[in-house]
Write a protein that binds this ligand. Structure first.
Ligand code: SAM
Length: 278
């Protein structure tokens, strides 16, 4: 098995504190509520689903509890271990297969169902998703687009939730904290992130047009919406906990708008949905 790229090790160090820093906080729960509604609209409840960059397995476990069989892929061994533990604890360990997957080299995927490299996984997924940033961790997503075209059943959908390039919350939050460099961090030529646990990693922020090109002609974009548009960036999680009613109302308003008037270009995260050619 090829060695993991050096920038991935930081996520091993981040795994232990990840839920405390994000998933278990009110902001994380509000964002996941909006994500789960999006997954509900586009992915089947039953069938075989693939998660791209599963982290600690919160969403893989959620989808398995709804009835799906999930292949949960990630490059970090610690994240995969956390996913297995969570799925077991939720009683769906038999429906979540946590496997090593490098989004930059997706065709090395090996699952109990077959090997991607030799085509054993062709058309074997009824849907896929990637939530809250894994796609930003790879420089180029064309290999992933090609793999999804092979793996997805005709008509199946993939929900991609990368971090967007133009994020007004960054500008407001860091502007108010007099940190102009951080306010424009996503616009830098070579953006980087500091991770909980002390690691740093290079990031990319694809535009919609870039993502469309990377997914390729066999995947047609059917939707693009900001996700958590009225909610702040994770650095402001403490603010959300100080004003819980305000931000719960903001999430409810976003749900009520159902995408109307929410720009997919000006937001922290964007949900982009593609459908495999029939
Ligand atoms: C910000 S976390 C998001 C995790 C999860 N999707 C969630 O919603 O909490 C990013 C995840 O992407 C994974 N990742 C980073 N680079 C990757 C790569 N090249 N291939 C697969 N996973 C990767 C990390 O290990 C980490 O678990």
């Amino acid at each position: 098995m090829p060695a993991a790229p050096p920038h991935v090790a930081p996520f091993d160090a981040a795994a232990e504190g990840y839920d405390a820093a994000f998933s278990d906080r009110l902001l994380g729960r509000l964002l996941r509520g909006l994500l789960h509604e999006t997954l509900d609209r586009h992915l089947p409840r039953q069938g075989r689903l693939l998660e791209l960059g599963c982290g600690t397995g919160v969403d893989a476990t959620f989808m398995a509890r709804r009835g799906a069989n999930v292949v949960a892929g990630d490059l970090s061994a610690e994240m995969l271990a956390a996913t297995r533990t969570r799925a077991e604890a939720a009683g769906v360990g038999d429906r979540v297969e946590a496997v090593r997957l490098d989004l930059a080299r997706p065709l090395e995927l090996r699952t109990s169902h077959g090997d991607a490299a030799d085509g054993g996984l062709d058309r074997s997924f009824d849907g896929a998703w990637s939530a809250f940033g894994p796609l930003n961790c790879v420089a180029d997503r064309r290999a992933l687009g090609a793999a999804l075209q092979r793996w997805l059943e005709p008509g199946a959908r993939v929900v991609l939730v990368p971090m967007a390039r133009f994020a007004p919350w960054d500008w407001l939050w860091y502007g108010a904290h007099l940190r102009p460099g951080a306010a424009v961090r996503r616009l830098r030529r070579y953006p980087r992130a500091d991770l909980p646990g002390g690691g740093r990693l290079p990031l990319t922020y694809p535009t919609l047009r870039q993502l469309d090109a990377e997914m390729g002609p066999g995947l047609r974009r059917v939707e693009a919406r900001g996700l958590g548009v009225l909610l702040p960036i994770s650095e402001a999680a403490g603010l959300v906990e100080r004003l819980p009613r305000l931000f719960e109302a903001a999430a409810a308003i976003e749900r009520g708008l159902a995408g109307r008037g929410l720009s997919p270009h000006l937001c922290d995260h964007v949900a982009v949905v593609y459908e495999r050619d029939r």
